[in-house]
Design a protein around this ligand. Structure first.
Ligand code: C2E
Ligand code: MG
Ligand code: MG
Ligand code: MG
Length: 285
């Protein structure tokens, strides 16, 4: 019986290993094929300055339109790409797509607009990182954008290396935002060690405003802290007026969420920004 059990168990384990290998293998091949096949594209979500209630920038978000699976959310393929080093190729591609849109995009704004890009902490350690960043910045129309890199705390293990990279980025006039703030570990430690420009307050905190969840008091603490540290704040996932009012009244600098707009393709985005910025101007006079 033990022999048979052992045999069955090892067959089971082998099948598991084989399947996970196959899965990994396929996803990697699929991403590379998708890159070649131009299945990836970018959408932009408007970011609203809460004082003026105008769109002052956008966040670029990567999308994958798979020929069979349909739209695959970035949460699925980014995490995978991070473990396989594919994140570098994906980000290079993403930057090229954004740079190609940038000449058109600048025409939607009368002032220097903020252009936010999500950067994986895994990419920051790679040899090509500085070249990738410089290539991207040089491909943008001159003086049209303030580039902001959004970096999640998750995966940011080597603090010393992160500090070095952040300083390099700042020397190259790139602003830094900690994304999904509050979802990583030892979040508060980073605030002391890093020179940052923005904290992006995670949607979980924003949801706590009208759902009165247990973490609601934490949001107030975070907001008081950012005020003290003179950090600008961006609230993500704003879906209701109640949330927006609360965040504005508590000094949050920027608002972003479905209440204003979903991420949009460049063509629709252009009209949206122009309409929104005109309409809001009349509304407030
Ligand atoms: P993120 O950077 O925190 O981006 C915000 C996500 O929240 C986006 O999801 C956006 O569509 C969604 N969102 C915005 N407003 C609302 C709202 O009011 N309600 C709800 N329910 N959701 C809202 P998306 O596009 O699916 O992206 C998910 C994550 O994938 C991003 O989170 C980011 O971490 C990652 N990601 C996306 N594009 C890239 C990329 O080019 N590079 C890297 N490294 N990561 C990326
Ligand atoms: Mg982001
Ligand atoms: Mg975020
Ligand atoms: Mg998020």
């Amino acid at each position: 019986f033990t022999l048979l059990g052992g045999l069955l168990l090892s067959i089971f384990v082998c099948t598991l290993i084989y399947h996970s290998y196959l899965n990994r293998h396929n996803v990697e091949k699929e991403i590379l094929r998708g890159l070649k096949n131009k299945e990836f594209f970018v959408e932009y979500q408007p970011v609203i300055e809460s004082r003026s209630m105008k769109i002052t920038g956008v966040e670029a978000l990567l999308r994958w339109q798979h020929p069979i699976e349909g739209r695959i959310p970035p949460d699925l393929f980014i995490a995978y790409a991070e473990t396989q080093g594919l994140i570098v190729q994906l980000t290079q591609h993403m930057m090229a797509l954004v740079a190609a849109d940038a000449h058109e995009l600048q025409r939607a704004f009368s002032d220097k607009a903020k252009l936010s890009i999500n950067i994986s902490p895994h990419h920051m350690n790679k040899v090509s990182f500085h070249d990738d960043v410089l290539n991207f910045v040089e491909a943008l129309p001159e003086n049209a954008f303030q580039v902001v890199f959004e970096i999640t705390e998750r995966g940011m293990i080597d603090t010393e290396a992160a500090i070095r990279e952040f300083n390099w980025l700042r020397r190259h006039k790139i602003e830094i935002a900690i994304d999904d703030f509050g979802t990583g570990h030892s979040a508060l430690i980073y605030l002391e060690k890093f020179t940052l420009d923005y904290l992006k307050i995670d949607r979980g905190f924003v949801m706590s405003i009208d759902q009165k969840t247990l973490i609601a008091p934490v949001l107030d603490t975070v907001l008081r802290l950012t005020e003290e540290l003179k950090l600008k704040t961006v609230a993500e996932g704003v879906e209701t007026h109640q949330q927006a009012d609360y965040l504005r009244n508590h000094g949050v600098t920027y608002l972003q969420g479905f209440l204003y707009s979903k991420p949009l393709g460049i063509t629709v985005l252009m009209d949206f920004i122009r309409d929104f910025n005109e309409k809001e101007a009349c509304y407030h006079i």
